[in-house]
Design a protein around this ligand. Structure first.
Ligand SMILES: [Zn+2]
Length: 260
């Protein structure tokens, strides 16, 4: 089984998993990069997984479904192109002999879901397709959910295995890491990771997938309870040291929104 990030638009990734004959894609915001990859590798599209309703994740679904008949799996609580199999927490999506577990992760959108594939003989280390909820070094903006929801969603993802490969919807890593360094200037994990990601981008390569072990060490949005992050956020936002966790998280997200 081969994992390939297909670049789309300015900074999206459409994730493709294939076995040399059949393929699955995640969040095809644009059909053309998928059609090109299918033709290049002589693949048939078996399934389309959709994490949330935003057009840059769903724009290619109808054309791909019409051309290939691929089964579409998507979030039960959101509107995406019909027909699709609606999924929520605890459901599974079966495709290519693989069983993807669905996790509800509201926050970026109200019904956002993630697809988690446990470690397997054909696929190797676990795979997490988390759309626009968890990015390397960052998290999605809260367009529809509350800070408490997003914090709970990130907690659910952070509970997955260390070696889970984090397949995000966007190449936002370097901008996220500039912010992470502002929050935690003394985090010794950040400098080498930034250098590694800068080298990848200089060669035109994706910084993704990341791993959950890495994200737990460098991502301030998974570290909002760490003393260093807590102190920095409270100082920046003028919060008391005993502020509630969702309030700290909200202030951290607002800091990032305003960060240039
Ligand atoms: Zn989105």
């Amino acid at each position: 089984m081969t994992l390939v990030p297909l670049p789309a638009f300015a900074d999206n990734y459409i994730w493709m998993l294939h076995d040399g004959t059949h393929a699955i894609v995640v969040d095809p915001g644009d059909a053309q990069p998928v059609f090109d990859a299918l033709a290049r590798e002589a693949l048939q599209l078996a399934a389309i997984l959709v994490t949330h309703h935003h057009p840059d994740h769903t724009g290619g679904v109808a054309a791909l479904h019409a051309a290939t008949g691929a089964t579409v799996f998507g979030p039960a609580r959101e509107r995406i192109p019909e027909p699709f199999t609606p999924l929520a927490q605890g459901d599974v999506a079966d495709a290519l002999g693989l069983r993807f577990e669905v996790i509800d992760i509201p926050g970026h959108t109200a019904g956002h879901i993630a697809f988690f594939l446990p470690a397997g003989a054909s696929t190797g280390a676990p795979l997490l397709f988390c759309g626009d909820t968890l990015f390397s070094g960052g998290c999605g903006r809260l367009f529809e959910g509350t800070p408490a929801q997003m914090l709970a969603s990130l907690d659910a993802l952070a509970a997955l295995p260390d070696d889970a490969r984090v397949c995000c919807g966007h190449e936002y890593t370097l901008a996220n890491l500039r912010f992470a360094l502002a929050v935690e200037p003394d985090n010794v994990e950040l400098t080498p990771y930034i250098a590694q990601c800068e080298a990848l981008r200089a060669r035109g390569q994706p910084t993704l997938p990341s791993s959950l072990a890495t994200e737990r060490r460098i991502n301030p949005f998974l570290r909002s309870r760490e003393a260093t992050v807590l102190r920095a956020v409270c100082a920046h936002a003028g919060l008391p040291a005993d502020a509630q966790e969702p309030d700290v998280f909200a202030a951290l997200r607002q800091w990032k929104n305003d960060f240039r």
